[in-house]
Design a protein around this ligand. Structure first.
Ligand code: 9UX
Length: 72
């Protein structure tokens, strides 16, 4: 099973921020694709919801120092 979510993320100001967010999300189990866009301030994640919950993705973003808003 596969689910796609787009999460607005506040606080990313440079390309290294983008890489940090991508890295912490990619560490979670069952992550299939991650694409973070600095211009739109959104993280698109394709994942297996039986392995990682959306709340865990959001928590990983917060722990890295950024602010996830409500998913689209
Ligand atoms: Mo760039 Mo982001 O110097 O937390 S890494 S602003």
């Amino acid at each position: 099973k596969k689910r796609e979510v787009v999460i607005p993320v506040m606080g990313m100001t440079c390309a290294a921020c983008v890489k940090s967010v991508e890295r912490v999300i990619n560490k979670l189990p069952g992550i299939l694709e991650v694409s973070v866009n600095l211009a739109t301030e959104k993280a698109k994640v394709v994942y297996d919801p039986s392995q990682t919950r959306l709340s865990e993705i959001r928590h990983a973003i917060e722990k890295a120092g950024y602010k996830p808003l409500e998913a689209d």
